[in-house]
Design a protein around this ligand. Sequence first.
Ligand code: NI
Length: 254
Amino acid sequence: MFVDTHSHIYSEEFSSDRNEVIVNALKSGVNTIILPNIDSSTIKAMLDLADSGPNMFIPLIGLHPTSVKEDFKKELEIMEYWLNKRNFLGIGEIGIDLYWDKTFINEQTEAFRIQIGWAKKAGIPIVIHVRDSFPEVFEVIEKEKDESLRGVFHSFTGNLEQADKVIELGFKIGVGGIVTFRNSGMDEVVKQISLQHIVIETDSPWLAPVPYRGKRNESAHVALIADKIASLHEISLEEVGRITTHNAKQLFGF
Ligand code: NI
């Protein structure tokens, strides 16, 4: 059994065959899929999907860093409205992305900090998006850290030193399709991270693992990611499923 801890299966990319994709996931042993939000435009589709399968889907609420623009305070108001209206098991995805655009670095940092405050208040974990921004993200986390703050560095692509820092901060490491990419170097990093710190994810529809690299990703493929981790750690696929599922349940409290 696997948990896909990060999937945007509610997005338009799945509008023509979403049911089939869900059946594929179940057939591959994926019985829980966590749905991080992007911005105000994605909430309805995400919650509709979550309500269609409350035993399978766990929606999160949050504003994605690439959706942080001049109007981010208005966006945050909408997130906060939903946070007060419904019981969410986490805030996400949030963070800092300096790869696409550095224009709103200050706004991104402020939105990140505000949403961490919500998570601390609610006692729920955060799902962090980091892209070209490890120093900036670590700086915010170190400032905001208290006994209750926990979460996952989703789709982790850092080096071993950064992985150690994530673990030291008490956070989990989200391992996705990149670990299967030749020359990504992530295999060497993941090999050295104890399984107790790892959760698995697809980040569907992006980052499909080998042999589907470049194609649309789907939750069934977490089995391929788990298989890669099993071979790196020289343990069985079942063991990877058992430990990473335990980690996900412990982190999100389901
Ligand atoms: Ni995502």
